[in-house]
Design a protein around this ligand. Sequence first.
Ligand code: B12
Length: 319
Amino acid sequence: MGPFFPRHGRFGAHIAKLFRDSVSARQESSIFSEGLKVDQFVRILRGVAGLLSTAEAARFMGVGPTSVKRWADTGLLPCVRTAGGHRRFTRGALEHFARLQSHEEPTIDGVSRWIDILLSEMSHELSLLRARGRVASWRQVAEELDPVLTEIGLRWARGELTIGQEHIASERLARALARITESLPLLPNAPICLLACVQSEGHTLGLSLAELCLRELGWTSKWLGAWTPTEAITDEVRSDERIRMVGLSASEGCLDPALLRQVEAAVGGVCRERGVALVLGGRGPWPQAPKHGVRFGEFHELDALQKQFRRISGKRSPR
Ligand code: B12
């Protein structure tokens, strides 16, 4: 169905253009097929005229257009699209977003407060970005979230949280972490870290947090994710020469020390051949004194790990 806006007639051509630039053909067609009264139409025109382009919204917010596009594309800042696909923002949405951003967070660092957020409909992404704004690095946000996840596990085990609540909260968190990680800029020639959970392991959140921290430290990642067979990991290390570190994850849900010994031996052997660093992360029963890899316990160890990487590899560290 074609556009319904009259091309000629008593509405000035400039208003017609403004209207068409600001709403899609489908919006236009539904507006007109509903038979508008004059006052409704005037209201729409007023609203349309109040819409800001990306550049205008950026000036309004005092930021660059890239930030505005990113907020819009990640759903944090509502926008409408013109027929040509351009973003348009209302002043109301911009003011609301600005208020949210400047809003003093009350006691967000409390475990319970985080659990409320993770179980609520609030944007996990925005909450994470705010948390990052309060502290100096994503590593500190990861440290903050670690006891929160443990507490969620305890509440689930005590029957205080349903399986559904645990699934929704952890899946939404995983997605928000992935979106933020992808939005962080990459340095040219950033070294690659291969990230995988061992083959029986479906808990990926520790690995996601590690990925975000590593990205901030200048690494890029190749994500193998949950339940990765050991051979798939060793094949990747053999075939991709750009990989400079392998990060494996096994959570406390992994109850098989023999499996982790085998994984460490197999992946560690290939890493050694290739001069690739190996990090054994998560609270799973990894060997106490691994032959090949470095055991990683808590997120505050990440800075030391980065220094250790420099020593082990003798190569230029990303940052
Ligand atoms: C979220 C969650 C889930 C989610 C996972 C979603 C996801 N995408 O990750 C879902 C709902 C899918 C799930 C499923 C299950 N879960 Co679960 N789950 C949890 C919970 C609440 C949080 C896990 C978590 O993310 N922990 C926090 C991370 C950050 O900790 P971490 O993995 O030890 O890693 C640490 C570091 O080493 C670092 N790290 C991790 N990896 C890496 C890698 C690198 C390279 C680096 C540098 C660092 C690093 O991060 C952490 C910080 O120190 C825990 C509770 C708990 N105590 O952990 C239960 C928990 C682990 N789950 C449990 C269970 C029983 C299960 C299920 C068997 C339930 C079922 N019957 O289906 C399944 C098993 C799935 C499987 N095969 O793995 C039990 C395990 C108990 C046990 N010892 O056996 C726990 C402890 C809950 C409980 N209290 O009973 N679970």
